[in-house]
Design a protein around this ligand. Structure first.
Ligand SMILES: [Zn+2]
Length: 328
């Protein structure tokens, strides 16, 4: 299913819920934040507030306010510190805002970017405060909780939300780093697992470092006109950069997984739907030289890397060990 179709289906389900107040008022939108979660939230909000409803026009004053995040009845919440935790103070502020009468007399919406950032089991002051509101929400209040790592969302919160999955397998071939990563995967490897691990790990880390610099510039530019003081600005930029770089790192792992999946299926004699169809000759050559066990082990190695990153294991360790295990 394309991202567009997914959006339409999800949007229809949320609208249906809003038309019938007894249905869920809290949704957990699962998928990459920047490419799926945030655009989806924006689409829901615009269709809620657009003056040209039911189709969100994207150009009326309300649609623009939603896009600029200046709509008075929409409350965005995201981690403010580099620790990427949503604080209890911030949640209390949000709740106070939600208890007030809505500015325009309609729906109030809380958008929580990073629902997995509300704390962990046993240490979830912020999460528990949110949970209380979810259990007894003020009238006409909608919660959109976004996450790219649903396994880390408190189970009590998950049970209160209707879950909508916005694709996890989509590969963004337009990503600025795509070609570089493709080259890294396609080029012949050195002999020796350790050497390979070190070289390829070094290359992907410098790619990420490059991205970090670019993302930092973009985010600083975006926030330039805000009223925050210097310290608050730096803190917010740092938090956003951290989130985006981590997101891109996960996306890179998805691309790597797709590459090794291509190798596996070609090894099995299937050549349809290859992501790297442009390199089919290279893939055939590599696939012939490997065993089924190796092909499977590559996929497992990448899944393992993804898990390690969610456990905050150091980047160079994960990449070096991971690439050393991959063959070719
Ligand atoms: Zn509009």
């Amino acid at each position: 299913m394309s991202a567009g179709n997914l959006f339409d289906t999800a949007l229809a389900r949320i609208r249906e819920g809003l038309d019938n107040h007894r249905m869920a008022q809290s949704y957990l939108l699962v998928g990459p934040l920047r490419s799926h979660g945030i655009p989806m939230a924006r689409q829901v909000l615009q269709s809620l507030y657009c003056v040209n409803t039911p189709q969100a026009c994207g150009t009326c004053a309300n649609c623009k306010k939603v896009a600029d995040r200046t709509h008075p009845d929409v409350f965005w919440m995201e981690p403010q510190m580099k620790s990427r935790i949503i604080s209890i103070d911030h949640v209390r502020e949000l709740i106070a805002d939600l208890m007030k009468t809505s500015y325009a007399g309609g729906w109030k919406v809380a958008v929580i970017v990073g629902a997995d950032r509300l704390g962990t089991q046993g240490k979830a002051e912020a999460g528990n405060a949110i949970l209380k509101v979810l259990e007894e929400p003020p009238e006409k209040t909608l919660f959109l909780m976004l996450t790219d790592s649903p396994d880390n969302v408190l189970s009590t919160i998950i049970s209160r939300c209707q879950r909508i999955t916005l694709s996890s397998q989509r590969i963004d071939r337009e990503a600025v780093w795509f070609k570089s990563l493709e080259q890294l995967l396609i080029l012949p490897t050195e002999t020796g697992a350790i050497l390979n691990g070190l070289i390829r790990s070094g290359r992907i880390q410098s790619l990420l470092e490059e991205r970090r610099t670019q993302v930092e510039e973009e985010e600083s530019e975006l926030i330039k006109a805000s009223e925050l003081d210097r310290e608050e600005r730096e803190s917010l930029v740092a938090a956003r950069v951290e989130i985006r770089v981590r997101e891109e790192r996960m996306e890179m792992l998805r691309v790597m997984e797709a590459w090794y999946r291509d190798l596996l299926v070609v090894h099995l004699g299937i050549e349809t739907d290859l992501l790297f169809a442009g390199h089919v000759d290279r893939i055939r050559g590599l696939a012939q030289g490997m065993t089924f066990r190796q092909a499977m082990d590559n996929i497992e190695a990448i899944e393992n890397m993804q898990r390690q990153f969610t456990r905050n294991i150091k980047e160079d360790v994960v990449f070096t060990m991971g690439f050393a295990r991959l063959s070719p």
